[in-house]
Each structure stands twice: as structure tokens, then as C-alpha cells.
Design a protein around this ligand. Sequence first.
Ligand code: ADP
Ligand code: MG
Length: 294
Amino acid sequence: STMPPLLSAIANAGRHGVLAKSAVVMERLGQIDTVALDKTGTLTEGTPHLTDLRPLPGSGLTGDGLLALAAAAEHPSEHPLARAVVGAARERGLTPAAASGFASAPGRGVSATVGGRTVQVGSPGRLLPDGAEQARAVAGELEEAGHTAVVVLRDEVPVGVLGVTDRLRPDAASAVAALTELTGRPPVLLTGDNERAARRLAAEVGITDVRAGLLPQDKAAAVRAWERQGRRVLVVGDGVNDAPALAAAHCGVAMGEAGSDLALETADAVVVRDELATVPAVMGLSRTARRLVV
Ligand code: ADP
Ligand code: MG
């Protein structure tokens, strides 16, 4: 072809399933020495399913009652955990009650008013008040088993815990190996999820540096700290919670298939074929293109 190398690299990247928003992005993809991966939806498939329903004694709720309550509050959320909860309720033929006043806090969970009461659904670490030992114990047990625990509170009182599990992407381990090869160090996992489940999953693909329980701004702060040390960071993420880190990175790449609109808008490039291994493939192309330019 007679195209300049960087443009032909963009065209090639497109063929490999990554849409770069500019030629500068292709150049930057070839300069990366540190890769930070989000967990849910990036390292995993992003379509978690419900595994456990644990209404707490004294809540007066059955398993189905707990699920219906959680689904009512989660209904408007685009978070993968919300889709798991709402999907499970639908599969059981439950009709969630009408909710109003929905609000979501990235890295924390959601809240809504259901039947005149405030319902919160989300992270045990962020939502459980001091003294909620029973809920904390159930959440800990689920996390120990590798699940993400989701707590449900009614008028600020914990009423139950849900267990949710997501599968690794089939190409997660090979993508991590290729990224390690390219940059000379294994990727780091940045996640809002709990440390136990995150470490367990990371170990399966060869990642040992795990930063868990992070809020969106914590992910961005980690990226900025590396950049200050002169590192060139690539962030791969899919969620609203990844947007600040995607913006802070030398290069931000969003997983397109289930990616949130905010992540897709903020990223410099979008993975349009739903495979994580497209990222190291395109980084390799960009390195080759750079050699041709220089
Ligand atoms: P990740 O970094 O792995 O993509 P997120 O930052 O999206 O994870 O979420 C971090 C944590 O916040 C989740 O593990 C969960 O505990 C909680 N959370 C966020 N949004 C929701 C939601 N809609 N429903 C339940 N939990 C949520
Ligand atoms: Mg995610």
C-alpha cells in the first residue's frame, strides 16, 4: 500500500478489531511500558450471573423477596452486576416493584425508593455500617468462595447478601501473557471489586499486582502516579468507573461490546471485536509501524 505507515497501522488495527480514534493513538500504543486492566467486563466476560441468595434472619424476606427488592433498585442501572440481578429476577418470573428516585454511585452501588423505603444495593465494603457483623460475615464467606458479594439495605438496615460470579474471558490468560511479553512486566489489575475475588481471578491469568476496592478516582490516581514516574500507561476498561483512568492514561482503550457510553467516549481507541487479545496484537502492529517511521 502507498499509505503512510501510521495510517496503514490504523487500517490494520481496524482489521484486528480495534478502532483507533487518531494516528497519534497508534503511535502511543507503541510506546506503552505499563498496562492496567479493569476486572469486570475487561478481564472477565462482563456478563455475571447470580449464584447465591442470602436473606438475613430478621429481615422477613424470602430469597425471592430479597431478589425482587434488589432488582427493583437495580432496574435502571447499566452495571454488569445490576444486569445479573435483574436477569435472575426475570428468570424466576419475579416482577420487581416500581422504584423512584434512582441514583447510582460508581464503585459503590445504587439506591432507590421502593414502596416508600430507601433501598441500597452494592459493595459490602462501601455500604455496610459499623456493627453489621452478620451481613459482613455472609459477604466474606461468598468472597472467600471467589464471588462478588452484593449487599442489600432497606432504610439503612442490611436485609440480605447476593453472590454474583463472572467468568474470565477465554483469551484472558493469553492476552496477559502477550502484554507481559510486549512491556516486560505483567499488567496490573485495577478493580472496584473486593480483594479476595480479585486476587483469585488474577492468579489464574498470571497477574500478581492487584489494587482492589478502588473508586473511579483511585484508579485514575494510580495511573497518574505511574505517569509521574515517567511510565507510559495503557488502561483497558469498560465501565463508567473506568472513565477517569482512561482519560488519565497515555492511552485509554475501551472494551466496546458491553462498554458504557462514557468509557467509549473517553477512550482513545475502542475494541470492536469482543476479544482482549486484540489489544496486544495492535500494540505489536504499532511498534512495527514506529520502526518503519523512525
Ligand atoms: P470493576 O472495577 O471490577 O469493573 P466497579 O467499579 O464497576 O468494578 O464496581 C465496584 C464495586 O462496586 C462492585 O464490586 C460492587 O460491589 C459495587 N457496585 C457498583 N455498581 C453496582 C451496582 N449497580 N450494583 C451492585 N453493586 C455495584
Ligand atoms: Mg469494568
